[in-house]
Design a protein around this ligand. Sequence first.
Ligand SMILES: C[S@@+](CC[C@H](N)C(=O)[O-])C[C@H]1O[C@@H](n2cnc3c(N)ncnc32)[C@H](O)[C@@H]1O
Length: 233
Amino acid sequence: MLNYGFYNMNCMDGMREFPDKFFDIAVVDPPYFAGPNKRRYYGRSESTTLIKRREYDIIDTWDVPGMEYFDELIRVSRHQIVWGCNYFDYHFGSGRIVWDKCRSNMTFSDAEIAYCSLHDTVKTFRYMWDGMMQGKSVDEGWIQKGNKKTNEHRIHPTQKPIDLYRWIAREYIKPGWNVLDTHTGSASSLIAYHEAGIRYVGFEINEKMYQKARKRLKEVENQLSIFDLGVKR
Ligand SMILES: C[S@@+](CC[C@H](N)C(=O)[O-])C[C@H]1O[C@@H](n2cnc3c(N)ncnc32)[C@H](O)[C@@H]1O
């Protein structure tokens, strides 16, 4: 069995390493349409609107998972939060989380939807995520952050905010639980888990993205350990 940590590997191979229901919860964000890379949707310049979009590297690891992925996910985890559940032909239960991105931009979706096995109701998280406009904090996410210099740096075309995972950690992950992220991308999730002292396993298949995400995570780990040293002195 693998140890806790972040791995550059295919999650289907990774999950096979773990016994049934090993993870208390899986919080996952698999690719749900055949690719930003194919559509060249991300990383292009919007010359018509004069908005210069960020030039992300093309990610060529964008296979939409099939039923065997969800079967394996449910085998290894007791609870699941699955982003983009509305795009998959899988029979999820009725619980939903809606992340309202507080967007005014008409081109992109206003919200993202996740299946959540921990309740049968619909819960909403409001957090601005619209280009340079980012939410102020977990609790005041609908208010735009004043100082753009403190904006979260984006390294991934479909990066989710660390604050979204901080909220998930606070609302859903009980003390002592461990967590699985099969499609880690930028490592926003792992940063939130590290901060909260939650044990995790993360997989990212794309080597270039893995290296960037690893560096991002390491920077936070280093900052936190310097802070710890400061507090202890
Ligand atoms: C939708 S993105 C995840 C974004 C992430 N939630 C974030 O905040 O950055 C999906 C990621 O899954 C990776 N991926 C695709 N297939 C994979 C697989 N079989 N195993 C592990 N990672 C995979 C892609 O390279 C991509 O980075």
